[in-house]
Design a protein around this ligand. Structure first.
Ligand SMILES: [Zn+2]
Ligand SMILES: [Zn+2]
Ligand SMILES: [Zn+2]
Ligand SMILES: [Zn+2]
Length: 156
């Protein structure tokens, strides 16, 4: 999951034009500059390859751009707009993409939020946890809850 981050970015290359001037994919005019940018198999003026959101010149920001839904974006805006994993089921705040998360069924949690919601016990990999009414519970609290409801399974 984390490793996928790299493949989202598209490399920009700063190249020197050969004898035949290339058309800019941004403004459709010929590129007569000393350098031009090559990205997405197209050529661009350095001024024309801009983030659709913040208008920053992508060639200055770095060598990677991001695209989604026909938008060309800088990394910051891409992450802001699309780089979200979901809302943490415990604190309901957004979880940025590429952050480590815990998952339980359809829920995602911040690592820090993934704890028993009654006693705050943290879980390690392999620990048993239970999901009840969308609350994470440790085994003790889960069984106690069942007991109170009067249908505790007669195990152990
Ligand atoms: Zn242009
Ligand atoms: Zn931007
Ligand atoms: Zn959280
Ligand atoms: Zn607990």
């Amino acid at each position: 999951m984390q490793k996928r981050e790299k493949s989202f970015g598209i490399q920009m290359l700063s190249v020197q034009p050969d004898t035949k001037p290339k058309g800019c994919a941004g403004c459709n005019r010929k590129i007569k500059d000393r350098y031009l940018l090559k990205a997405l198999d197209k050529y661009w003026h350095e001024d024309c390859l801009k983030c659709a959101c913040c208008d920053c010149r992508l060639g200055e920001v770095g060598s990677t751009l991001y695209t989604k839904a026909n938008l060309i974006l800088c990394r910051r805006d891409y992450l802001r707009l699309f780089g979200v994993t979901g809302n943490c089921a415990a604190c309901s705040k957004l979880i940025p993409a590429f952050e480590m998360v815990m998952r339980a069924k359809d829920n995602v949690y911040h690592l820090d939020c993934f704890a028993c919601q009654l006693c705050n016990q943290r879980f390690c990999v392999g620990d048993k946890f239970f999901l009840k009414n969308n609350m994470i519970l440790c085994q003790t609290d889960y069984e106690e809850g069942l007991m109170k409801e009067g249908y505790a399974p007669q195990v152990r």
